[in-house]
Ligand binder design. Structure first.
Ligand code: AGP
Length: 607
């Protein structure tokens, strides 16, 4: 969603702001803008609707040597995407950029009669509010910001500059991330550490309720109640290669293809084939607490939710006396759900910033239930607020469509399930087949991607005319089918939905006609014959069926994509690689934007 960058130092601020905004492009946006100040406080404000290239065109005619500035990519919430609604917003001497939503902006706006509003945004209200306390520089900028924020209800990450103080930036956060990069004679800010990579390795992650006064050589942090905060400087672990395409045409393809390596990182030091055990340090639950767990609530949105659903199917296979409920965060946060005694909640999020998931985490904590994060982004809000956690360590996921995170989230949760089962004394013979497959998965993913790649590309191109698709699966292949449908929907704009095979006769079978293609995940196993009968029923009604399988069958389907047969339990996970590639090549064939699909953002930080 929206992105923030800022710079104060000895280098050209416009250069950093533009390159920083480009790094944040993947989050999704519809307009962008920057403002820089020269040493006398003269401001150069540049804003443009659409892609950053439009902003760069304006920049080419307005090059400055300014050494301080702030910038923003906007994802419209209040008011349409337009240049006027793009940030930074100005009020008197103040320029302000903002991520999040000011919920009481209408009430505040009604009190700000002296300001002539130009945009429809809640952000301009905040700028005007700061200005009303700043009074043309009569008070320190940080004091004016603090006074304004005390009146605000909602979420924000903000950066503010003033023409009257052209050597300082004030930043603050409540519910929307802000990272301060500590450099040599320069300080950088960003809403996402990826914008800082290559500039500095040292970062301070601001906490909710904190505000910072930033100069090129100093950073002072305090709470809104004026209590000083001693900042913890952390290392940014991401390197430049991890946020570049590395020779691939799209980030999505790169991220699909790097899954053998990314899963290896998830497993590193956690799986021991010699002892046949799994060890996760992060959750921090004693053997006794693990033994007592009777109920798991798994919370996530979109792909993270699907990863939780699939993991739940596995965990209940090998863990006795456990009830698992996987829930969509945006629903769960408003339900009156009762969480029984001896429960643990798994909070699943790639970005660690998803607003609904974060809200659930806070609700669940209020009930005294231990929370465990299954998170990728290090230092993210969810990672910091959970009681314990397991980072999946897949590195930055840039493409809006989540791929490598799904694979690793799912396996990380299964590993957590295995640690519960170990503590509950489940026989090693029951757990070993799962552990052995997990240890082999990176290699099996590599083999699958190599084996299916050309076939999937061919099949996707052959089916590019379809606008409707049904994904089908039973048991563990069902959540995998749901994830496959989401992938196709979000990047190829194909109306794709998933159904459990057994549900076909209860409604969806009526859809089968020439407009629809059916994508069936059919692994060998106890339900293989039943799934094949369902495929037959679809064929009998003129369906256009593509089957993904790891075994043989004899049916006149339109295409078959075969994955390696060695993996039994986790075959649906390998089938999901086929779905990922299928969505990718379908999108390329249709000519759409692969990495930044319309209307979507990588990290959904507003409700
Ligand atoms: C998946 O491809 C998505 N773009 C989306 O569903 C995503 O998984 C969801 O928004 C959750 O994000 P998170 O993992 O960062 O919380």
């Amino acid at each position: 969603m929206c992105g923030i960058v800022g710079y104060v130092g000895n280098k050209n601020a416009q250069d950093f702001l533009i390159s920083g905004l480009k790094r944040l492009e993947y989050r999704g946006y519809d307009s962008a803008g920057i403002v820089t100040l020269d040493k006398d406080g003269n401001a150069t404000l540049l804003r443009a609707k659409g892609k950053i290239i439009n902003l760069e065109e304006k920049l080419a005619k307005n090059k400055r040597e300014d050494k301080i500035g702030i910038g923003h990519t906007r994802w419209a919430t209040h008011g349409e995407p337009s240049e006027t609604n793009a940030h930074p917003h100005q009020a008197g001497d103040i320029y302000l950029v903002h991520n999040g939503i000011i919920e009481n902006y209408k009430e505040l706006k009604a009190t700000l009669t002296e300001h002539e509003f130009k945009s429809e945004t809640d952000t301009e209200v905040l700028a005007a509010l700061v200005e009303s306390f700043y009074q043309g520089g009569a008070h320190p900028l940080i004091n004016a910001v603090v006074q304004a924020l005390k009146l605000v209800k909602g979420t924000y990450g903000i950066a503010v500059v003033s023409t009257k103080a052209p050597d300082e930036i004030v930043v603050a956060r409540a519910g929307s991330p802000l990272v301060i990069g500590v450099g040599h004679d320069e300080t950088l800010i960003a809403s996402d550490a990826s914008a800082l990579v290559g500039h500095t390795k040292q970062a301070i992650y601001l906490n909710d309720g904190e505000v910072a006064l930033i100069h090129k050589d100093s950073i002072e942090i305090k709470t809104l109640n004026a209590e000083p905060v001693s900042a913890k400087v952390e290392m940014i672990e991401t390197n430049l290669a991890a946020i570049q395409k590395g020779g691939y045409e799209h980030f999505l393809l790169k991220e699909i293809m790097e899954q053998p390596e990314s899963l290896k990182e998830t497993l590193r030091g956690r799986v021991n084939l010699e002892t046949g055990t799994v060890r996760l340090g992060g959750p921090g639950l004693s053997e006794e607490k693990l033994r007592k767990i009777k109920h798991l609530v798994i919370v996530g949105c979109g792909t993270a939710y699907h990863a939780g659903l699939l993991a739940g199917y596995y965990i209940e296979q090998f863990t006795p006396e456990i009830t698992i409920e996987t829930v969509i965060a945006s629903e769960y946060r408003y339900r009156s759900a009762y969480i029984p005694k001896d429960s643990v909640a798994l909070i699943v999020s790639q970005s660690g910033e998803t607003a609904d998931t974060l809200a659930c985490l806070r609700e669940i904590k209020k009930q005294g239930v231990p929370t465990i994060g299954i998170v990728n982004a290090i230092g993210s809000t969810i990672a910091r607020e959970v009681d314990g956690g397991t980072y999946v360590h897949v590195g930055p996921e840039i493409s809006v469509a989540s791929t490598k995170a799904f694979t690793s989230q799912m396996i990380a949760m299964v590993m957590f399930g295995l640690t519960i089962a170990q503590a509950k004394g489940v026989k090693p013979g029951v757990l070993y087949p799962y552990i052995k497959e997990i240890a082999n998965l990176p290699e099996m993913i590599r083999k699958t991607l190599e084996q299916v790649h050309d076939d999937v590309k061919r099949v996707a191109e052959a089916h590019k005319k379809y606008e409707h698709a049904i994904y089908l699966g039973r048991d563990t292949a069902y959540p995998a089918a749901m994830e496959g449908a989401l992938k196709l929907k979000e990047i190829s704009y194909v109306d794709a939905n998933a159904y459990a095979f057994g549900e076909l006769k209860h409604g969806p079978l009526a859809l089968i006609d020439d407009r629809f293609l059916e994508f069936a995940l059919v692994p060998k196993g106890p339900l293989f014959d039943k799934a094949i009968s369902n495929v037959q029923e679809v064929l009998a009604r003129g369906g256009h069926v593509i089957v993904v399988t790891n075994t043989d069958f004899d049916l006149p389907v339109e295409d078959v994509i075969r994955i390696p047969g060695e993996i039994e339990h986790f075959a649906p996970m390998l089938m999901n690689l086929v779905s990922q590639l299928f969505a990718y090549y379908m999108t390329v064939a249709k000519g759409y934007n692969v990495d930044q699909p319309r209307n979507l953002a990588k990290s959904v930080t507003v409700e």
